[in-house]
Design a protein around this ligand. Structure first.
Ligand code: NAD
Length: 322
């Protein structure tokens, strides 16, 4: 069992994470077995094709369902959009698969969920997984598609110490910083707070970059000033929303806002923050305003919901100035 690693959810992040995980595991052991699974069959097929081309001897199979992916796996990594998909995949597929195993086999299975989702849902799922004898951690990530590709993600992990220690060497194949934030759900709590900051910052960087241009500043000059001054942040220095503002031409704005972190997912994260804040009686004036702004971007007929969340810059001027 322990030699099989299953990866479920080969989207923008999952594809890159699985590439790093499997390549490094294969380099360490040529008889390692990998399983990939996505609700879109072409995603698994194209992952397998690319992987086999690079590593012709690799033992990689496609599972038709998460249940099939889970049944022989020592490690199961899930990277799904949000709470509804995690509930579906775990309650209807993975947990029944774990329940069908002899207890000793279930005890050898570790589930790592890297999805950003609701803290309470994550805790409830982890509870059910552990009731079958298996281990589970929530391990949402920070670092974006660039970090996923480079294998430099930060993992914010929630779960018991023993589960964290089992997960750490696996996570280290996909990321550089593996932080144990506390018990089940704590990784997600940290992730949601981080993305609250990110979501607000990305909005204000777009607004400042546009204002600067109206004041006659070259975007490259303004970006270089901000990035060496107190306004510097990831949204200005890595994910700057204005084309040609950064010298490396790497941000999604250079590819018509394709790739990166979808506005719809940022809207989801701002909703997670405002929902949990409400439950905690915490007020989030800027967080709520940012959620409303991403809601408006996601509704744009031009399809900005699927594009990187920095595409807000495209609609700033639609807001009334008074
Ligand atoms: P994505 O939509 O590109 O990928 C999700 C994948 O899950 C898709 O391939 C989809 O087909 C698959 N999927 C959906 N339902 C499924 C099911 N029932 N069974 C199997 N596969 C299923 O999303 P992403 O950008 O890769 O993000 C994934 C998660 O990571 C989200 O929670 C997001 O908030 C978080 N995240 C994303 C980024 C980023 O920059 N994209 C950064 C940090 C965290």
């Amino acid at each position: 069992r322990s030699k099989t690693t299953s990866f479920i959810g080969l989207g923008r992040m999952g594809y890159e994470m699985a590439t790093n995980l499997f390549s490094k595991q294969y380099a360490a052991s040529k008889d390692a077995h990998f399983v990939v699974c996505d609700v879109v069959p072409e995603a698994s097929q194209s992952f397998r094709d690319v992987f086999i081309k690079k590593y012709p001897g690799a033992n990689i199979t496609i599972a038709d369902s998460p249940q099939e992916a889970a049944i022989n796996a020592g490690t199961i990594v899930t990277m799904l959009p949000s709470s509804p998909q995690v509930k579906d995949v775990y309650y209807n597929r993975i947990i029944p698969a774990l329940a069908s195993l002899p207890r000793a086999a279930a005890q050898e299975t570790l589930c790592i969920d890297s999805t950003t989702l609701d803290v309470d849902v994550a805790r409830a799922v982890a509870n059910d997984v552990t009731s079958k004898g298996s281990k589970m951690v929530d391990a949402p990530v920070s670092g974006g598609v660039t970090g996923a590709k480079a294998g430099t993600l930060s993992f914010l992990v929630g779960g018991p110490e023993a589960s964290f220690n089992t997960a750490r060497p696996i996570l280290a194949l996909m990321g550089h910083r593996i932080i144990h934030c506390g018990d089940s759900g704590a990784g997600l709590g940290a992730k949601i707070c981080n993305n609250l900051i990110l979501g607000v910052q990305q909005i204000v960087v777009a607004e400042a970059m546009l204002l600067g241009q109206k004041l006659g500043l070259d975007p490259a000059v303004l970006a270089s000033v901000v990035n060496s001054s107190t306004g510097a942040c990831w949204s200005s220095s890595v994910n700057n929303p204005v084309p040609s503002a950064l010298p490396d031409k790497a941000p999604p704005c250079e590819k018509n806002y394709e790739g990166g972190f979808a506005t719809a997912l940022m809207l989801k994260d701002m909703g997670l923050a405002t929902d949990i804040a409400e439950k905690q009686n915490s007020s989030l004036p800027l967080g709520r305003a940012a959620r409303d702004i991403y809601g408006r971007v996601a509704e744009e007929k031009t399809g900005l919901g699927r594009k990187d969340f920095s595409s807000y810059v495209r609609i700033v001027d639609k807001y009334s100035v008074h």
